[in-house]
Design a protein around this ligand. Structure first.
Ligand code: IMP
Ligand code: MG
Length: 175
């Protein structure tokens, strides 16, 4: 598949994604028995994952979204900008962040630090993808869908300069 100037090959099929997302939801449902967590999806990349995950969540909970932009092209720019703020009061709440991918970890690290100022009861991260080799900012990742090699991926919400989000599967850069 081509996105802009680059070629990608199939990497994670819709079936494989769906199966793993159901497992993650089952685990979260178990871990949050008796609690009312608030899920916070990180836009834009996590919109498909957040949707599919949340359909399988059975504990009484709420969901909200925030937009952080930290990426240009195929390498991190290292800047994190909050474009859409969070309106909910997180005091004493059990927060579950839904992210598409943790690459260097900078985005999540900075966002988690910001959220801690609101004194939530807990903050956990649920990321569909994680590139362990790229991690520069150590993070406690409670729920990880797939650990993947340090290669650029697109699809299922993930983009290359805004394009390539619209697929049911994930593709990996062919290089
Ligand atoms: P980090 O701050 O380096 O962990 O970057 C995380 C953000 O960069 C993610 O939320 C994605 O939006 C983006 N990102 C990192 N790796 C990829 C990739 O392989 N494909 C598409 N976006 C990526
Ligand atoms: Mg993102």
């Amino acid at each position: 598949m081509n996105v802009l100037d680059k070629t990608f090959r199939p990497f994670l099929s819709a079936e494989v994604l769906n199966e793993r997302i159901k497992e993650l939801a089952t685990q979260i449902n178990k871990d949050y028995i008796g609690k009312n967590p608030i899920f916070i999806g990180i836009l834009n990349g996590s919109f498909m994952f957040a949707s599919d995950l949340y359909k399988n969540i059975t504990v009484p909970s709420t969901i909200s979204f925030i937009k952080l932009v930290s990426y240009k092209g195929t390498t991190s720019t290292g800047t994190v900008i909050t474009a859409i703020g969070l309106e909910e009061d997180l005091t004493d709440k059990d927060v579950i962040l839904i992210e598409d991918i943790v690459d260097t970890g900078k985005t999540m690290k900075e966002f988690v630090a910001t959220l801690h100022k609101q004194s939530p009861a807990s903050i956990q991260i649920c990321t569909l993808l994680h590139k362990p080799e790229a991690l520069q900012h150590p993070l406690d990742l409670k729920y990880v869908g797939f650990e993947i090699p340090n290669k650029f991926v697109v699809g299922y919400g993930l983009d290359y300069d805004g394009f390539g989000r619209n697929s049911q599967e994930i593709f990996q850069l062919d290089e």
